[in-house]
Design a protein around this ligand. Structure first.
Ligand code: GZL
Length: 378
């Protein structure tokens, strides 16, 4: 915010110079320009004592578009680990396009936390107007967010949450804890309807420490504990197909014949788990030995629901970029966006697997997977 405050004060000084020496002020004002440039460094301390009104006004100063009239946005994306991520990246690149008035600096951080912090610092160096972060894991952010704040660059968090700093304007994403609870509450209702008395579950987790993994694991386990289910094991597949297959191969050896539920914390892990179960001769899907639950509900995931492989799929909406742009435009127009903005998720199954259930007392609806639903998915 200091960057904007200084620019407003500087504008004020320049205006005062022009008004004071009307007619003769132009040279002084022009002369003042370089000095004023240097003055911004000296003005910083003074700026900190700025009157609340000026500070409030400065808060409203829109980002100066670059010489091409474009708003410079830096986006530090998690990586390219899943179909979900591909959809998320495309959504952001489509929204923050030059045609829409943006100059997007996009960095795929390849699931590398250090690289992601480096990308954010590079955006500060570039002097972008806004920084968007999808944080690989939820902690370790306060230092670099302080640097963004000191540079006067607003940060918007998309998708996963940052849990150890609030130095960002808004977070736009899904409720991962509710996703985990929804999967478990559906399982409870479905098992009751199917006359399944005992649940012995295996969980293939997402990237450990990511808010998506934390919420889904905690949400499912909260209901599992309430219902007295057995969670035989949980290991991370890092949200990848290869990771899902590797963990499931190990589970098939360690828990052969002992499990009747597999929970994959995203569709790509489920794709890998299915390969492993096929290779191990384990049947899964409605009417088979194992109930297979997944998250994301990407197009390929819904195709596997339709094919009777995934029993139920709990969506996490990847198309948050338009909402993030709304936050940015609110800032541009001097407004104050909400701190937390939830994007809606849906739950999917075939007709025979749709049952009534509630989450935290709120009745849930499910969408029947049809060819039309698959066609419309992301
Ligand atoms: C969830 C998102 C997760 C997806 C995975 O919002 O961060 O990361 O569930 C992706 O597919 O890898």
């Amino acid at each position: 915010m200091k960057k904007k405050l200084i620019s407003v004060l500087l504008a004020g000084c320049m205006t005062a110079a022009l008004l004071a020496g009307c007619g003769g002020a132009a040279p002084a004002a022009e002369a003042a320009a370089p000095a004023a440039e240097e003055a911004t460094e000296e003005a910083a301390p003074a700026a900190e004592e700025a009157a609340p009104a000026e500070e409030a006004a400065a808060e409203e100063a829109p980002a100066a578009a670059d010489e091409g009239g474009l708003i410079k946005v830096g986006f530090a994306q998690v990586g390219h680990e899943s179909d979900w991520r591909t959809a998320s990246t495309k959504s952001c690149q489509d929204v923050f396009s030059e045609a829409n008035g943006y100059d997007l600096s996009f960095v795929d951080c390849d699931n590398d936390e250090a690289a992601q912090k480096e990308a954010v610092r590079s955006f500060i160096e570039q002097g972008v107007d806004y920084i968007i972060i999808d944080p690989i894991i939820a902690t370790g952010w306060d230092t670099v967010l302080t640097e963004c704040d000191d540079a006067g660059i607003p940060v918007i968090v998309i998708d996963r949450t940052i849990d150890d700093s609030d130095k960002y304007v808004s977070w736009v994403g899904s409720d991962f804890l509710t996703e985990g609870k929804a999967a478990a509450e559906w399982l409870k209702a479905y098992a009751d309807a199917q006359g399944i008395k005992e649940i012995n579950a295996l969980i293939i987790q997402g990237t450990i420490g990511s808010s998506a993994q934390i919420g889904r694991t905690d949400g499912f386990n909260e209901i599992a504990k309430r219902e007295g289910w057995t969670v035989l094991d949980q290991q991370t597949g890092d949200f990848t197909e290869a990771g899902g297959q590797e963990v499931m191969e190990s589970f098939c050896k360690s828990y052969e014949g002992k499990f009747n539920v597999v929970v994959c914390e995203n569709d790509n892990e489920a794709f890998g788990a299915m390969t492993a179960m096929d290779n191990a001769g384990v049947s899964y899907g409605p009417g088979n030995d194992v109930i297979l639950i997944s998250y994301d509900a990407c197009t390929a995931g819904l195709e596997d629901v339709k094919a009777g492989k995934i029993t139920a799929d709990f969506e996490c909406n990847p198309l948050a970029a338009p909402t993030v742009e709304g936050v940015l435009q609110t800032l541009q127009s001097g407004g104050t966006p909400e701190k937390e903005i939830l994007v809606p998720d849906n739950w999917y199954a075939l007709a025979d697997q749709i049952v009534d259930f509630s989450v935290d007392g709120n009745p849930q609806s499910m969408i029947e997977v049809t060819d039309e639903v698959i066609e419309a998915q992301y």
